[in-house]
Design a protein around this ligand. Structure first.
Ligand SMILES: *Cc1c(COP(=O)(O)O)cnc(C)c1O
Length: 369
């Protein structure tokens, strides 16, 4: 390895460029909250809920503390509990399946589609029982799942559909924002997501006003107004500083999604000749490219080489969900999720990533693959 290769560092993600591009707007918004002195809920959060509902094309949005809570509260809100089964894709972040267990219901895993990596509608049909209550769909990596088929299966079997859109802000399915297609959707605003706060935050979106009202009570200790407690709830409120940051960032989100798409194309064009599997796209939907994932043989060896060349990569995720300790299932029933876990690697990727950095990644990949 020559000197220039080893000295160049390409970070997996760099959040500082985004802050630098909107520093004054962000600093003013945060300072405003500090002077106002209202730190939890309040005007900023209400404004964000209106803005994000509009962005997502739904009637209602409830800001809460993080995406994991959003899922748990949404499940509780639609009445999922002990004795219910909830269908979950075998590949996602553990928060997706964890929320099901947290409300006392039983997780039923379903494999993902080859090439698309979202939940396999035919495998959903095979796993439905008289106890199945809901399906959680994950728009994994920012790619919309096969919503028409899934919604049809849900209709036929009287099931509710929850969209885990934590990785898919800005993704469109047949022209409609993800999160607005099922009965209820959730988003995470963890700092590195497509829309990220300066800490933890999340939200629930739906056109069902009664559901959002119930979720609002759950997330605020069962309290519709001060000293009135209708149910036992919990605290999962959104901070005003996070809402203020998100209100500023939401104005820029369409540009950042367009940059993600353009940078993804840059990688795809440059890597097309290599024997690796690149992200595929559907004509009818728009991928939001939260992550840029490729599949290749000898993944661990390639990752090691890239690390030595100063290229930071990640694995999303090294194990399919059913094989994780809380579930302890065998991989036999989930061959696609298992294959993905063994072969995927996430390349450095964010809206502002310099083309020079991408060129370095591309050169090293060409060398090793
Ligand atoms: C990030 C993420 C979540 C959880 O969001 P947090 O805000 O980190 O709790 C849930 N599901 C998926 C698919 C995610 O990527």
């Amino acid at each position: 390895m020559n000197q220039s290769r080893s000295s160049r560092q390409v970070p997996f993600v760099d959040l500082s460029c985004q802050y630098a591009s909107i520093q004054k707007e962000i600093d003013d918004a945060i300072s405003h909250v500090i002077h106002d002195g209202w730190f939890v809920g309040g005007k900023e959060v209400a404004a964000f809920e209106r803005n994000y509902a509009q962005y997502t094309g739904v009637k209602y949005c409830l800001g809460c503390a993080n995406g994991s809570d959003a899922l748990e509260i949404a499940l509780e809100g639609i009445g999922v509990g002990p004795n219910d089964e909830v269908i979950v894709p075998a590949m996602s972040w553990i928060a997706t399946s964890g929320a099901v267990g947290r409300v006392g219901a039983h997780v039923v895993f379903v494999d993902i589609l080859p090439g698309k990596f979202t939940i396999d509608p035919q495998d959903i049909v095979r796993k439905i029982t008289h106890r199945t209550k809901a399906i959680i769909v994950v728009h994994l990596y920012g790619r919309p799942a096969e919503m028409d088929e899934i919604l049809e299966i849900a209709r036929e079997n009287n099931l509710l559909v929850i969209e885990d859109a934590a990785q898919a802000h800005g993704a469109l399915y047949k022209g409609k924002p993800v999160g607005s297609l099922g009965h209820v959707g959730i988003f995470s605003f963890y700092p590195s997501k497509n829309l990220g706060s300066f800490g933890d935050a999340g939200c629930i979106v739906s056109n069902d006003g009664d559901l959002i009202t119930k979720c609002r009570w759950i997330a605020n200790n069962g309290q519709p107004e001060r000293n009135v407690h209708l149910i036992e709830g919990r605290n999962s409120r959104m901070d005003a500083i996070q809402a203020a940051v998100l209100n500023v960032k939401l104005r820029h989100l369409p540009l950042w999604i367009a940059q993600r798409s353009q940078k993804a194309r840059y990688y795809i064009d440059a890597l097309g000749e290599l024997p690796i599997e690149l992200p595929s796209m559907d004509k009818h939907s728009e991928h939001a490219f939260h992550l840029f994932i490729v599949l290749l043989d000898n993944r661990d060896h390639v990752q090691q080489y890239l690390t030595e060349c100063g290229v930071q990569t990640q694995i999303h995720y090294p194990s399919a969900l059913p094989m994780l300790k809380p579930y302890g299932l065998s991989s036999d029933e989930y061959p696609v999720a298992k294959m993905l876990a063994e072969r995927c690697i996430s390349l450095p990727f964010y809206p502002e990533i310099p083309e020079n950095d991408m060129d370095h990644v591309i050169d090293q990949l060409k060398h090793i693959v």
